[in-house]
Design a protein around this ligand. Structure first.
Ligand SMILES: [Zn+2]
Length: 435
């Protein structure tokens, strides 16, 4: 029985783990890699035969965990995909959008799209919803359960029993006390554990400090400097978090009613889905734009607007247009509230690039750039070690995944030192015995 690390090993995108037993082969996750030409090339070929995969188990809807499902199906995978109910609802808007973006990109840059919106639509038929904590038997020798991971709506930790071995995959773990979602569920035990390490080497600022910084960035930019605030945000998760804290700050009298735009049809759909599963504080004067004309009309607004748009790492979507119109204006601010992966435009801006290339033009960065760390949907180092500390016995083996090398190695060292467990960072393509 083996486990092979096919993605999110030494990096944060492209989550995909292959489990093979004598009786069945299945995947945990089928995520897309993001950031650059290497990612695109890797997205195009699977390291296994898709036809041989019996089923896929998904932790949550983010594209770096689910985004290659349409391609997997186009290449012969014929089985079901299991995920929580909210994850299935979110994928219903995210996968078609991803296919549309792939088609657009292929049109612009030439070549074949990774997959099409039509292929996305077909992959949605394979989704089967499960409830949190319910036991599922996708195969006579496999039993699994989804536990709330508190990362985004519908996100889960996967507990998978294969014969006598219990494999636990943390998925993306949320930060306790985060808006909109519950805290991550403590897990009692595992034989083999996969734990994410996005922030394995860092702690977030406190929520109090985060709210102070966020309120300052908005109030100072809008009232004193008379500019706009542009917030690149994942349509799913981060956009609803931002709306939630804006609502909280308004209720506390710390933020006036301001013109806010949510300019991403997917973010609008995701907000509607969120409202079916959770409550969000109301935000005054927020507009959800739908049409391209509505989106373009925002370009004429030179001051006093908060523009929340996707994609979260500025790699595509309407956010690039809003950056183009605001990033070179010193009175404006760009507020980053989520992780920016290496190789993305968002990362270059966060790292202090003075000039960035957008739409084929060198564009100077003159707007102020704020990074609001405490809003991350990922657990920080202390929260990761805290969640691990609740296990009642040491797993036989812990694999530290889903982190850039510095972060993954730092968490591995922390696990060894503080918990005394056996922990390793797997290399991409590495296989390990499960039993
Ligand atoms: Zn995620």
């Amino acid at each position: 029985m083996t486990l092979t690390f096919l993605g999110a090993a030494g990096e944060v995108t492209g989550s995909c783990y292959l489990v093979e037993t004598g009786a069945v082969r299945f995947l945990l996750e089928c995520g897309m890699r993001q950031g650059g030409a290497r990612a695109d090339a890797l997205n195009r070929r699977f390291a296994f035969e898709p036809r041989d995969i019996a089923f896929v188990l998904l932790s949550h809807a983010h594209i770096d965990h689910s985004g290659l499902l349409p391609r997997l199906m186009a290449q012969g995978f014929g089985g079901p995909v299991y995920a929580t109910r909210a994850t299935c609802e979110l994928l219903g808007v995210m996968l078609p959008d991803s296919g549309y973006l792939q088609e657009k990109e292929a049109e612009r840059e030439g070549g074949e799209p990774l997959y099409t919106a039509e292929q996305d639509q077909r992959s949605l038929d394979r989704l089967l919803a499960v409830d949190y904590d319910e036991e599922l038997r996708p195969h006579p020798s496999v039993r699994c359960r989804w536990r709330d991971a508190g990362h985004i709506l519908g996100s889960a930790i996967l507990e998978v029993r294969i014969g006598g071995t219990k494999l636990v995959f943390s998925g993306d773990l949320g930060q306790p006390g985060h808006p909109v979602v519950e805290d991550p569920t403590p897990i009692a035990d595992a034989d083999v554990l996969l734990v994410e390490s996005t922030y394995g080497n860092r702690n977030h600022k406190s929520m109090t400090q985060t709210l102070d910084e966020f309120a300052f960035a908005l109030n100072d930019t809008l009232a004193s400097r008379k500019g706009n605030v542009v917030i690149p945000a994942f349509a799913v998760g981060r956009t609803q978090d931002i709306l939630s804290i804006m609502g909280e700050l308004q209720r506390a009298g710390r933020l006036p009613a301001i013109n806010a735009y949510v300019d991403s049809p997917m973010a609008t759909a995701a907000t509607q889905i969120t409202l079916r599963h959770a409550t969000l504080p109301a935000v005054e004067r927020v507009r959800f734009t739908e049409s391209v004309e509505d989106s373009m009309a925002i370009n004429a607004v030179k001051a006093g607007a908060v523009i929340i748009s996707a994609s979260g790492m500025c790699e595509g979507g309407r956010i690039k247009h809003h950056l183009r119109h605001n990033i070179s204006r010193p009175e404006c601010a760009i507020v980053f509230a989520g992780f920016q992966a290496a190789g993305t435009l968002g990362r270059r801006i966060v790292d202090g690039a003075e000039i960035v290339r957008m739409f084929g033009e060198d564009t100077p960065v003159r707007a102020r750039v704020f990074t609001i760390g405490g809003l991350s949907a990922h657990a920080d180092r202390d929260a990761l070690l805290g969640w691990l500390g609740k296990f009642r016995r040491a797993p036989r083996q812990t694999w530290v995944v889903h982190g850039e090398p510095l972060a993954a190695h730092a968490l591995r060292d922390g696990i060894r030192k503080q918990l005394g467990w056996r922990a390793e960072v797997p290399a991409e393509g590495q296989s390990a015995a499960l039993a």
